[in-house]
Design a protein around this ligand. Sequence first.
Ligand code: FAD
Length: 421
Amino acid sequence: MTLNRRTFMGTVAAASAALTAPSVRAAGHGKPRVVVIGGGAGGATAARYIAKDSKGEIDVILVEPTRTYYTCFFSNLYLGGFKSIDDIGHTYGGLAARGVNVVHDWAIGVDRAAKTVSLAGGATLGYDKLILSPGIDFVEGAVEGWDITAQNKMPHAYKAGSQTELLKAQLMAMPEGGTFAMVAPPNPYRCPPGPYERISMVAHFLKNNNPTAKIIVADPKPKFSKMALFQEGWANHYEGMIDWIGEDFGGGNVSVNPDAMTVTIDDEETKVDVCNVIPAMKAGKIAEIAGVTDGNWAPVNASDMSTKADPDVHVLGDASQQGDMPKSGFSANSQAKVCANAVRGALTGSKVFPAKFSNTCWSLISTDDGVKVGATYEATPEKIAKVDGFISKTGESADVREATYIESEGWYSGMTADMFS
Ligand SMILES: Cc1cc2nc3c(=O)[nH]c(=O)nc-3n(C[C@H](O)[C@H](O)[C@H](O)COP(=O)(O)OP(=O)(O)OC[C@H]3O[C@@H](n4cnc5c(N)ncnc54)[C@H](O)[C@@H]3O)c2cc1C
């Protein structure tokens, strides 16, 4: 079957479904169909597991505009010089070989009554179950003076790829003794330790290439993930280089001027050479278009990641409002497996296992100085609830830190294989 035939049948089936029955399959479409929007940590994993485990019983279509997905995880290590850009790029050939129909296009509309998704290229896809994992978009007006048109002067680099390469180029071009600024985001946001691992990696690069340079961080939060571990690491490796300005010192009172390359923190203006603006975040726009968000995020049921708004629309990863899990690639991958199992069960009657989740976020502070925080979770009627957790300790030996870094390398290989192989 080609995409055109599927598209045609999906459209016809959806039209009949609207008249006769609630699902495309019920209208005589044949195999049940799952459409997954977004081929990142959540979406690629869900598409892969449904295709792999259903052994051809379910038609899986993955809609993703980019042909190479650059992982945000380890993108800070690229900034620090530990990875190349190619190390963090992955393509979709493995998923296609597994039988996932990978459509490189943007989803621009969802008609939940007709159970169809429309694509920018003009196609319409019918679905029995829809899985959205579109990641994040930025809240407009979150940082005074910045909008998406300023992202070339002041990159966010919070969606990996060209933005990450741009930030690295700017870092490399900094004048001797120059200033790197970061505007950190408010909670909740993608990857709680991400900004602080980035500061560590930027400091690592500057220490080796531009040791008199300075880093300032304007932060609207009074504290942040793994704060004691990062602050200890910054004192050990980068003494005097990093000035973190938290909420107590006006770190939340920030505006930027991308043309003048200035940052104003609590009424004090500073001329900077690089400014990494990471604005407040919300669910990727298509979740809002689908009508499954409430405020900035999409509330979901913990047992299967179905939305509170529609049992046939599931939301994974950063876009979801699920409870206690941090917005991370590991979390999205863990949620995707629970969702894939539940969706397969609903469509084919296969066994559904109780939902269990886990997450670990590793961060690299300096060469072989890795730290981690993690937890396990379970589904309750209200939310994904934390069961127990762990965190690296300050003062750990170099051997423990090196082992933690090596562990993160293993996780990256396993994770990307779980998404794309
Ligand atoms: C600097 C940084 C470091 C990080 N480090 C780690 C780490 O060490 N460990 C970790 O676990 N997590 C880390 N993360 C977090 C992790 O990258 C995200 O939490 C994870 O990618 C979320 O997965 P997702 O599926 O929700 O979104 P994504 O992985 O962003 O995938 C979303 C996909 O949806 C696509 N999309 C969006 N809209 C549409 C549309 N309308 N139609 C079709 N496709 C669409 C996008 O192109 C994208 O490919 C880091 C993040 C950053 C920024």
